[in-house]
Design a protein around this ligand. Structure first.
Ligand SMILES: [Zn+2]
Length: 235
């Protein structure tokens, strides 16, 4: 029975690995999509903040322009050099403040240009991920269904075989399988076919003669004889 159970379990194990792989592939792209969307969201928020700041600076600049004009008018009305000098100083001061504000507006504009470009790049990436998910999702879910169907059929067949084994033996087999991916190994040419360690002749003979199940002293898998596999096919 073990010689039937081992390949059945191996097939199920491979299908499980395939299921994980198929699911991971799709999950990976979905994660990429979520990441890029989060980035776009952050950039849009950042854009709004900078744009609002730029608007406020532009407004500030307008106020300064008006102040400059008032100062210029005042300059025309000055009656002596002292007054004139004071207004000139005022003009200089306002011009300097206006330059700073204009610099800030220019800097914000550049930042907004950069952000716009980055958002466009990220939106292109987003579209790419969406397209890829669309393409693969159908194929992957069909493949998943197929693998799952195949797996449950194999699992049913496996349980049929397992039922025929004595419960303690099955328990032991399942315990080893949980630790070592396979629970039993063929004894062939005096060696364990799983770990390739040679089996002491006495133990080997006992297994062959009595067809009893003994664990491999090295990997602990249950050793079994497969007459079909160890004898060359008759022609
Ligand atoms: Zn072994």
């Amino acid at each position: 029975m073990l010689k039937v159970l081992v390949p059945a379990d191996e097939e199920i194990r491979k299908l499980d690995l395939e299921l994980v792989k198929e699911r991971d592939a799709l999950e990976g792209v979905k994660k990429d999509l979520a990441n890029v969307r989060e980035k776009i969201e952050q950039e849009r928020q950042q854009y709004d903040v900078i744009e609002a700041d730029r608007g406020a600076r532009i407004q500030e600049g307008r106020v300064m322009q008006q102040q400059l004009e008032r100062s210029r008018e005042k300059l025309n009305r000055t009656r002596n050099e002292k007054e004139s000098n004071a207004v000139q100083r005022e003009l200089e001061e306002t011009r300097k403040l206006l330059r700073d504000v204009e610099d800030a507006v220019g800097k914000r504009s550049l930042e907004l240009d950069e952000l716009r470009k980055s958002i466009i790049d990220h939106e292109e990436q987003e579209a790419g991920f969406i397209a890829r998910i669309g393409e693969t999702e159908g194929a992957v879910s069909a493949r998943l269904q197929q693998i799952e169907a195949e797996r449950s059929e194999k699992a049913r067949a496996r349980d049929e075989i397992a039922k025929k084994l004595p419960a303690p033996l099955l328990r032991k087999y399942d315990q080893i399988r949980a630790k070592r991916t396979s629970g039993a190994a063929r004894l062939e040419g005096g060696r364990c076919k799983a770990c390739n360690m040679s089996i002491p002749p006495q133990l080997s003979q006992r297994i062959v003669r009595a067809d009893v199940l003994e664990p491999c002293p090295s990997c602990n898998r249950l050793l079994y004889i497969d007459a079909q596999a160890s004898t060359p096919p008759a022609s």
